[in-house]
Design a protein around this ligand. Structure first.
Ligand SMILES: NC(=O)c1ccc[n+]([C@@H]2O[C@H](COP(=O)([O-])OP(=O)(O)OC[C@H]3O[C@@H](n4cnc5c(N)ncnc54)[C@H](OP(=O)(O)O)[C@@H]3O)[C@@H](O)[C@H]2O)c1
Length: 293
C-alpha cells in the first residue's frame, strides 16, 4: 500500500490532501507543527471512517526530520510519497520586511521542504521509487509587489525542484511542483484578518493597502482547496508527467502565458496583472518634490 507523508495538515490543502490520499486507499501520515490543531482533520477523517495517522512535524525544526521519517518507515516499512505542502506568506513591502521575517519564510517554505526531501530520498532510492511533490504558487513563477519574501522562497523552491528532478529520476523517483492560483484557505484569510504589518513611517503604505484590498476583493472567487487534494493524488499515481502541474484554470492560463512570453512581454503582462502603474509613476517623484538628479 502506498505510504504518504504530508506536511501542514491542520487545515487548507494539507488537510484536503490527507483526506484525498486516505480515500484513495493510501496509508497517510498527516503531519502538523501543533498537534493541538489536529481536531479538524481527525473529525473529518472520522466522519468518513478514514484511517489517518497524525504526527508532529515543524518545518522550522529540521533536526527532527530524521526521527519523523524513521518513524514512518518503522511503522509502514516504506515511504512512497512526500507532499511538501506547509507554507507561510508574510505580506509587506520588502524594505519593511525584517531579517527575521525573511529568514522565517525561507526556513518554512524553502529549507524545510528541501531538508525533508533530503531525509526521505535514501528510502526512496532503496525502494527504487517514490514521488516528491512541492507546493509552489504562481508566486514561484512571477513576482508581484508586496510579496518579495514569499516569491523568493517559491522561486527558489521551483529551481531546486527542477534541478533535483534529473538527479533522482534514475531511481524511479518523480519530483513535481503544484502551481496554485487563489484558493480559499487560511493563508490569505489570515493576512487579511488582522491589522496590516505596515510600520507607521512606511513610504509603501498606499501600495500595500491597495494590494491587500485587491486580494480581499478576489477572495470570494477563490477556488475550493479540495480539488488540490485530489490533484495531489493524481500526481502521485501518475506514471510520469510534467514538472509543473497547474492546480486550477487561472494557474493554467497564467503559466501558459508566462512561459510563452519574452522578457518584455512578461514585464508588460505582470504590470497589467499588478495594476500598479499608478504607484510606479508616483514613486519616480522625489518625496521633497524636487526633480531626481
Ligand atoms: N491557498 C492558496 O491560494 C495558495 C496558492 C498558492 C500556493 N499555496 C501554497 O499551498 C501550501 C498550503 O497552503 P494553504 O493555502 O493550505 O494555507 P494554510 O491553510 O494557511 O495552511 C498552511 C499549513 O502550513 C502549516 N505550517 C505553517 N508553518 C509551519 C511550520 N513551521 N511547520 C509545519 N507546518 C507549518 C500550517 O500550520 P498551522 O495551522 O499550525 O499554522 C498549516 O497547516 C503553501 O505552501 C502555500 O504557499 C496556497
Amino acid at each position: 500500500m502506498t505510504v504518504v507523508l504530508i506536511t501542514g495538515c491542520s487545515c487548507g490543502f494539507g488537510l484536503e490532501a490527507a483526506l484525498a490520499f486516505a480515500r484513495s486507499g493510501a496509508h497517510v501520515v498527516a503531519s502538523m507543527r501543533d498537534l493541538g490543531r489536529g481536531a479538524a482533520l481527525a473529525g473529518a477523517a472520522q466522519a468518513e471512517a478514514l484511517e489517518i495517522h497524525i504526527a508532529a512535524l515543524d518545518l522550522a525544526k529540521p533536526h527532527t526530520f530524521a526521527g519523523v521519517v524513521a518513524d514512518v518507515i518503522g511503522r509502514h516499512g516504506r515511504l512512497d510519497v512526500l507532499v511538501n505542502n506547509a507554507g507561510i506568506n508574510r505580506v509587506g513591502a520588502f524594505e519593511d520586511t525584517t531579517e527575521a521575517t525573511l529568514r522565517e519564510v525561507m526556513e518554512v517554505n524553502l529549507f524545510g521542504p528541501l531538508l525533508l526531501a533530503k531525509a526521505v530520498l535514501p528510502q526512496m532510492r532503496r525502494q527504487c521509487g517514490g514521488c516528491i511533490i512541492n507546493l509552489s504558487s504562481l508566486s514561484g513563477v512571477a513576482g508581484l509587489p508586496g510579496d518579495v519574501s514569499y516569491t523568493a522562497s517559491k522561486f527558489a523552491l521551483e529551481g531546486a525542484t527542477e534541478a533535483l528532478r534529473h538527479e533522482v529520476d534514475r531511481w524511479g523517483i518523480r519530483v513535481a511542483l503544484v502551481e496554485a492560483g487563489l484558493h480559499a484557505t487560511n493563508i490569505f484569510a489570515d493576512a487579511l484578518s488582522g491589522p496590516l504589518p505596515i510600520p507607521d513611517e512606511s513610504p509603501y503604505r498606499p501600495l500595500i493597502e491597495e494590494r491587500m484590498a485587491k486580494l480581499a476583493a478576489r477572495l470570494p472567487e477563490a477556488f475550493h482547496p479540495r480539488s488540490v487534494g485530489e490533484l495531489l493524488v493524481r500526481i502521485a499515481q501518475a506514471k510520469d508527467g510534467p514538472l509543473r502541474w497547474p492546480a486550477d484554470a487561472v494557474a493554467k492560463r497564467v503559466l501558459g502565458k508566462l512561459f510563452a512570453l519574452d522578457d518584455a512581454g512578461r514585464d508588460a503582462f505582470l504590470r497589467e496583472v499588478a495594476g500598479c502603474d499608478w504607484w510606479s509613476q508616483g514613486e519616480s517623484q522625489p518625496e521633497n518634490g524636487e526633480a531626481a538628479p
